[in-house]
Write a protein that binds this ligand. Structure first.
Ligand code: ACM
Length: 545
């Protein structure tokens, strides 16, 4: 590899908590061996494969104490913490398999972008690692990304690749938004019409639905249960937990299109619903009946078999009351339950399913609207409508993940002006996400709940392909990984930019990620003439459709 491609240690992303540079480099070659303590065999296997793919070496095993690359268990470190010392060998001490995995990721970053390729590109490449000493650990235990695969389906291969790129950034939670008005993406054996009917969308808007232009192009797709098991196992190998979301009782039109008896529209009051072609807040909601509850309990029985995650998300966002107000059944149920009005049915319905999840030993994750009614026991609250929902939940003793829309929604435009493809939402620049703080001015440690971390959300109504998702996600997610992982006091945007341009964009390129260039979209990333919907941030007016 040419000297121009060699990296210096400060070009790691996310930045480690501490490092010092020694002098010179350690050469690695086809005779370099890899050994690990028994606790760290998972990351050893992963590193042997990654290193072997990029270099073409066999990467033979050796004893942990003698190998050229050593993964050593140190129970005094946290499970996700590691230290990496490059002298005459590469020695990674880790408190657990996750820490060793992050140490392995750091090693690959230190070896240069070509170490992230899937096959060698030069037969005579020489590989070296700068002599450094790194001590590292995550700031937050929950470092999440939400992918909306409901509005536009993302094929399995692209999800696997997305996970690989997340892992390079030491992110550890993938929240998969699997169901919505516009699509149902998970095979449920008991209810085959969910995917026969619910996984296909007749067409969608070209740009913002407000422009009133539809494209006449059917699209869709779904994951079989084995596809999802593969995604879960692939993610677990990279220390990423996959949280599935089955969104209720709003955002359910695809399920209602498949099984109309789930709906709350009074009989004969409306035409049969189809998988929604539009986007926005939808008045079509589930009826609060035993039929719907039983249906979703059965769905969840299959979901928990696929996803070992401690949390299952029941969504619970954006539920208009119109249909329940008009439904004699919903009104009668509200009276029976002693609720003031039908609005109380929202958190009641989610609470019923949360109890079912509890029987399965799982906690429920919800969007923060549920906090307006009552939160299920042990809920994890994803605070998207700003900071307040998260702060309220922390005050009440719940676990919280911050993902405020005006800060961490990556479908939102990356720059002002008309040059962004389908510019929607608030201007959310690379610098703005880099400077994000989950709870500015609040000391979470003072509150009874636990701030587990934060999450970037990628909604896909305006991202109709994996290429568009990559454009929206990167490099902003690279910047965000540093907010979630690195020492907050050391954050410096201009210094980050030197690492980004000096090394990290090259890593993304080596991984085949079509990120947004810092100077603006490449010609093929533009969508001239396709209307977006630009919004200016107004804390009083967080309406998002
Ligand atoms: C959301 O953005 N509706 C969670």
């Amino acid at each position: 590899m040419s000297a121009a491609h060699r990296l210096v240690p400060h070009q790691l992303v996310p930045a480690p908590w501490s490092f010092s540079a020694g002098s010179g480099e350690l050469e690695l070659d086809a005779d370099t061996t890899l050994g690990a303590d028994p606790e760290l065999h998972g990351p050893r296997r992963w590193l042997a494969r990654a290193l072997g793919a990029a270099t073409g070496w066999d990467v033979d095993p050796a004893s942990a104490s003698e190998a050229g690359i050593r993964l050593l268990f140190d129970p005094t470190l946290g499970a996700e913490a590691y230290s990496l010392e490059v002298s005459d060998a590469v020695v990674i001490f880790a408190g657990g398999a996750a820490g060793a995995f992050y140490g392995a990721q750091t090693l690959l970053q230190l070896m240069g972008p070509a170490a992230l390729r899937q096959a060698p590109v030069a037969a005579d490449a020489s590989w070296s690692v700068p002599r450094v000493s790194v001590e590292d650990k995550p700031r937050f235990g929950y470092r999440g990304t939400m992918l909306d695969v409901a509005r536009h389906f993302m094929p399995k291969d692209n999800v696997l690749r997305f996970i690989e790129v997340m892992a390079m950034h030491k992110l550890n939670v993938l929240h998969l938004h699997l169901t919505d008005d516009q699509g149902w993406r998970i095979q449920i054996n008991r209810y085959p019409k969910l995917t026969e009917i619910g996984a296909w969308r007749r067409e969608s808007s070209l740009g913002s639905w407000r422009a009133g232009v539809f494209d006449g192009r059917p699209h869709g797709g779904f994951y079989t249960q084995d596809d999802l098991r593969e995604i879960v196992a692939f993610a677990a190998d990279r220390h990423i937990t996959v949280i599935p979301e089955i969104d209720v009782p709003g955002h359910s039109q695809a399920a209602i299109a498949a099984y109309p008896e789930l709906g709350a529209a009074p009989a004969g009051s409306s035409a049969p619903v189809e998988v929604w072609t539009r986007w926005g807040i939808n008045e079509t909601v589930l009826e609060v009946s035993e039929t719907s509850l039983e249906f979703y309990r059965n769905v969840l029985d299959e979901v928990v078999e696929i996803f070992p995650s401690p949390w299952i998300s029941l969504g619970g966002d954006e539920v208009p009351m119109t249909q329940w107000q008009a439904s004699p059944h919903a009104r009668a149920t509200a009276v029976e339950l002693g609720l003031d009005d039908v609005s109380g049915l929202h958190s009641w319905f989610v609470g019923q399913l949360a109890q079912h999840l509890k029987h399965h030993g799982r906690a429920t994750s919800v969007w923060d609207e549920i906090g307006d009614g009552g939160l299920p026991d042990g809920a994890l609250v994803a605070s998207w409508r700003g900071y307040e929902g998260g702060i309220d939940a922390l005050k009440k003793g719940y676990d919280v993940v911050m993902c405020p829309e005006h800060k961490l929604y990556l479908d939102h435009r990356q720059a002002d002006g008309d040059g962004e493809p389908i510019p929607v939402g608030f201007v959310t620049t690379l610098q703005a996400v880099y400077e994000f703080e989950p709870l500015p001015g609040v000391d979470a440690a003072e509150l009874p709940g636990r701030l587990l971390g934060a999450q970037a959300n990628i909604w896909s109504e305006h991202l109709d392909s994996p290429r568009r998702v990559q454009f929206a996600a990167f490099p902003r997610l690279s910047a965000i990984s540093e907010v979630f992982w690195s020492k907050p006091e050391s954050r410096d945007y201009h210094e980050f930019l030197t690492r980004l341009t000096g090394a990290h964009l090259a890593r993304l390129e080596a991984m085949g990620v079509e990120y947004r260039p810092l100077a603006g979209p490449a010609p093929w990333q533009q969508r001239p003439g396709v209307e977006g919907w630009k919004r200016d941030y107004d804390a009083e007016q967080l309406v998002r459709n």
